[in-house]
Design a binder for this molecule. Structure first.
Ligand code: ZN
Length: 192
């Protein structure tokens, strides 16, 4: 079957001839590893992550009300999430200041990702509720997924290697270092 991943504009893991290589990795997630037992704060990894150190939690940046973290189960290399510290599940639960900072940090995440990895495009979005595909539905998180032409081809290969933790640590460091140096007032070289 011919890979068609580069033609997909919708959100989610790429569906192409390599999907079967990716599936076992995703199955770990679907099987419940790291999935909260219930929707309480005590069970929530997104509440727990900011209490630890940045390297351990793969935290890229911390704001006043929101923070940015690498996805441990990335759809793609450099897959970030922007989320409030507060344990809320619905976009309408965010107060005005949280809404504004989530938006600002998402914009900055796009700029930083572009500066570091020069992706050709992005998938940005929130899966709200388990039925909509949210892995941890109790704590709202906005995905920032860089996309490259043909990226569906290398992703499953990367995901299958034991080097993944090193790659994530390396990705976190590069993005965290760029976070404070990328200037939002300077027009970046967007081509998408
Ligand atoms: Zn939470």
């Amino acid at each position: 079957m011919e890979p068609t991943g580069q033609d997909r504009a919708d959100f989610g893991p790429p569906a192409d001839g390599y999907q079967r290589l990716w599936t076992p990795h995703r199955m770990v997630y679907i099987g419940g590893q790291d999935k909260p037992a219930d929707s309480s704060v005590g069970q929530c990894p997104f509440c727990r992550i900011p209490q630890g150190d940045d390297e351990q939690g793969l935290v890229v940046a911390r704001g006043q009300r929101c923070y940015v973290v690498l996805n441990l189960y990335p759809y793609n290399s450099g897959h970030l999430m922007v989320l409030p510290y507060r344990h809320v599940s619905d976009y309408t639960d965010l107060d005005e200041a949280e809404t504004a900072e989530l938006a600002r940090m998402t914009q900055h995440a796009v700029r930083v990702s572009r500066a570091v990895y020069a992706p050709a495009g992005f998938n940005l979005g929130i899966n709200q509720g388990e039925v909509a595909g949210a892995g941890i539905a109790a704590h709202l998180h906005q995905h920032v997924v860089p996309r490259w032409l043909g990226d569906a081809n290398f992703l499953p290969v990367v995901a299958q290697t034991k080097a993944l933790p090193e790659l994530l640590a390396d990705t976190r460091r590069r993005l965290a270092e760029a976070w404070d140096t990328v200037d939002d007032t300077v027009e970046d070289t967007k081509e998408n």
